[in-house]
Design a protein around this ligand. Structure first.
Ligand SMILES: Nc1ncnc2c1ncn2[C@@H]1O[C@H](COP(=O)(O)OP(=O)(O)O)[C@@H](O)[C@H]1O
Ligand SMILES: [Mg+2]
Length: 277
């Protein structure tokens, strides 16, 4: 492991144990602190931490509400509590999707309990979606996908323009970002957005990853939409609309700016249909 650049303050006195994940934006390491306890060290490739700069701020303000404890941060590095246990994604992939979805809703309810935390420094949802309004299509993009993307982009515009309240949002709240530990559910990997609470669990309708048939099942969609809308105290219809808008944004991100095709083209069509109900 000596060939990897491990750039973090020496004063933290960490012993590197093993690599845990390479997220694209960052690498995650299991480490030992001077008192012998395990911790998680997230090292971002860029000093602005990609799009996750406000994340640690948000997690710090949400301490005590079932989020990972942040011990220290400096430059590219964030030192966090080590969490032992399966992510809710594994619980679902292991066969208990109902429990995983209920736990996800419960984790969201805790984060968003009163009092609302200070929103300073968080990224406005308008800024998150802005690049998608310059979306282009390649000449061989299927007509149905182009039509659906165009509709979803219009939907995103009207949702952004009609946000009644703007609240601090995790921004990437889905099954694989909640770990079930012996001390209870712990949320990780926040983006730190500010916007409509109906956005918060909309993206979770695309999850759990690795269960594409379940995610596309009409009963599952209806069930989770109702569960997540209740947890966030928002209208199910608006949550379904955000699901279509966010699915389109993910397709746009994956495309690099010009859309040709995408594995979630069919899911976008389903979300648009649900948004019309
Ligand atoms: N504090 C932590 N303790 C233990 N494992 C962690 C911790 N934070 C993240 N992980 C593991 O690393 C994986 C990737 O981390 P995450 O921050 O979710 O990055 P990303 O989803 O962007 O790849 C997680 O799915 C989880 O398995
Ligand atoms: Mg994650």
């Amino acid at each position: 492991m000596t060939d990897v650049l491990l750039d973090f303050p020496r004063s933290w006195g960490l012993t590197i144990m093993e690599p845990v994940a390479d997220t694209g934006l960052a690498k995650l390491w299991k480490v030992r602190t001077p008192d012998g306890a395990f911790a998680a060290l997230k090292l971002y490739h860029k000093s602005d931490r990609g799009n996750e700069a406000p994340a640690a701020q948000l997690l710090s303000r949400w301490q005590g509400r079932g989020v990972v404890e942040v011990f220290a941060e400096a430059g590219n590095a964030v030192l966090m509590e080590w969490l032992d246990g399966p992510p809710l994604g594994d619980v679902a992939r292991g066969g208990d999707a109902d429990r995983a979805c209920c736990s996800l809703a419960e984790a969201a309810r805790r984060l968003h309990a009163e009092p609302r935390i200070n929103p300073t420094g968080l990224k406005d949802l308008n800024a998150v979606f802005a690049p998608m309004f310059r979306c282009a299509f390649s000449s061989n993009c299927p007509k149905s996908l182009k039509n659906d993307m165009t509709r979803a982009i219009g939907l995103a515009r009207s949702l952004l323009d009609s946000q009644a309240i703007q609240t601090p949002l995790h921004g990437d709240l889905h099954h694989d970002n909640v770990i079930q530990t012996q001390q209870g559910l712990k949320v990780i990997d926040a983006k730190g957005y500010l916007g409509d609470p109906a956005f918060e669990l909309a993206n979770a309708l695309r999850h759990p990853k690795g269960l594409p048939d379940l995610v596309r099942k009409p009963e599952q969609m209806v069930l989770c939409n109702a569960l997540y809308a209740k947890a966030m105290k928002v209208q199910p219809k608006r949550l379904a609309q955000w699901a279509a808008a966010k699915c389109a944004l993910s397709i746009f991100w994956r495309s690099g700016g010009t859309i040709t095709n995408d594995d979630e083209a069919d899911l976008l069509a389903l979300f648009l249909r649900a948004a019309d109900q």
